[in-house]
Design a protein around this ligand. Structure first.
Ligand SMILES: O=P(O)(O)OC[C@H]1O[C@@H](O)[C@H](O)[C@@H](O)[C@@H]1O
Length: 291
C-alpha cells in the first residue's frame, strides 16, 4: 500500500492506497479522472475530474479513525438524518469500516464498490439486518455515487439517507447555487418552513435548509466553473454552510474554511424509505463539470 503523500496521487493507478494514514481506494480512469474513497465510511474524500482541480472540500483539521466522522468529502448518512431520531447524529454509516468488493477500470471509467452490513454494534443501536452498497465511479468530468440499501432481514426497515457532499469553493460568497426557484424548504436556522422566491441561492452567513422534493439538477456557478449537481431517486436536497460563527466553533475545521465549501446534499429525509424484507432501494448523486 503506498501513501498518498509519497508522490502525486495522479500517478496512482486504481487500487488500494493509504490516504493520511487511512486505508482508501484510489480510482483513476483511462481519461484521467480521479477519486479517493476511504474505507472508513465509504467516504469519498477527493474528486479530480480530468484536466481539472480538486472539486471537493476536505478539512485540513479533520479527525480520522474509529469514532471520527470525517469533515469534508462525501459522508454517507444512514439510517438517520441529523438528529431526527434516537441514533447518533447522521446515523452510523459514516463511522464504520466498510469492505471493498471491487475496484477496477472498465471501458472509460474507474469504479469501486464498498459494502457495509449489520453487525453486533449496529444491531445494538438499530436492530435490523441490512447491507449498504456504495458504488463510486469516475469518468472524464463526471463523478457518480450510488447508495443502495438491501434489507437482508424479514421485517420492514425504515430509514433516512443522504450523500452529504462538501463542494469546494474558491470563495463561497461569490458562488451561486441555481435551480431551487419556488421550492419549499425547512429553514433549520430559523426552524421555520419557507419558500424560495429567487432562483439563485447565495451564501454570506450560516445556511441550513432542507428543500423538499427538490429538482433533480442544480448548478453551482463560480467564476470559470459550472458544476452540475444531479440526483436520482433522492427526493430532497440539503444546503448547508456553517457560516463564520458556527465554523469557528467546529473543532475539526479552520475558522475561515466556511468560505471554501458548500454542502449540497442529495437526501431522503421527509418521506422515510420503508423497505420490506429482501427488498432494495437505491439512489444516486452525480457531479459533472459542465465548463
Ligand atoms: O457536524 P455534522 O454532524 O457533520 O453535521 C453537519 C451539518 O449537516 C447538515 O446536513 C445539517 O443540515 C446541519 O444541521 C449539520 O450541522
Amino acid at each position: 500500500m503506498s501513501d498518498a503523500h509519497d508522490q502525486p496521487r495522479a500517478l496512482y493507478p486504481t487500487g488500494l492506497i493509504s490516504f493520511n494514514g487511512q486505508p482508501a481506494v484510489h480510482l483513476r480512469s483511462p481519461n484521467g479522472a480521479q477519486a479517493t474513497i476511504l474505507l472508513h465510511g465509504a467516504h469519498v474524500v477527493s474528486w479530480i475530474p480530468a484536466g481539472h482541480e480538486e472539486q471537493l472540500y476536505l478539512s485540513p483539521e479533520t479527525k480520522y479513525g474509529d469514532s471520527a466522522a470525517v469533515r469534508g468529502g462525501v459522508p454517507v448518512i444512514f439510517p438517520q438524518f441529523n438528529q431526527q431520531g434516537p441514533l447518533p447524529k447522521h446515523g452510523f454509516a459514516r463511522n464504520r469500516a466498510w469492505q471493498v468488493q471491487e475496484a477496477q477500470v472498465r471501458g472509460e471509467h474507474a469504479f469501486a464498490v464498498l459494502t457495509l452490513s449489520d453487525d453486533e454494534a449496529t444491531r445494538a443501536i438499530w436492530p435490523h439486518a441490512f447491507t449498504l452498497e456504495m458504488t463510486v465511479s469516475v469518468d472524464d468530468r463526471r463523478l457518480e455515487m450510488e447508495l443502495a440499501v438491501l434489507n437482508t432481514g424479514e421485517t420492514t426497515i425504515e430509514f433516512q439517507a443522504a450523500l452529504h457532499t462538501y463542494l469546494g469553493c474558491g470563495d463561497v460568497r461569490h458562488a451561486q447555487l441555481e435551480g431551487l426557484l419556488d421550492q419549499n424548504y425547512h429553514d433549520a436556522v430559523l426552524d421555520q418552513p419557507r419558500q424560495q422566491w429567487i432562483d439563485v441561492v447565495t451564501i454570506a452567513q450560516e445556511i441550513d435548509r432542507i428543500y423538499w422534493n427538490a429538482p433533480k439538477e442544480l448548478t453551482l456557478r463560480e467564476t470559470g466553473r459550472r458544476l452540475l449537481i444531479q440526483s436520482h431517486a433522492f427526493d430532497d436536497v440539503v444546503v448547508w454552510n456553517p457560516g463564520p460563527e458556527k465554523c469557528a466553533a467546529l473543532p475539526d475545521m479552520p475558522d475561515d474554511d466556511w468560505l471554501q465549501m458548500l454542502c449540497v446534499e442529495a437526501a431522503q429525509i421527509g418521506d422515510r424509505v420503508r423497505l420490506a424484507g429482501g427488498q432494495e432501494w437505491a439512489a444516486m448523486q452525480t457531479l459533472v463539470i459542465a465548463d
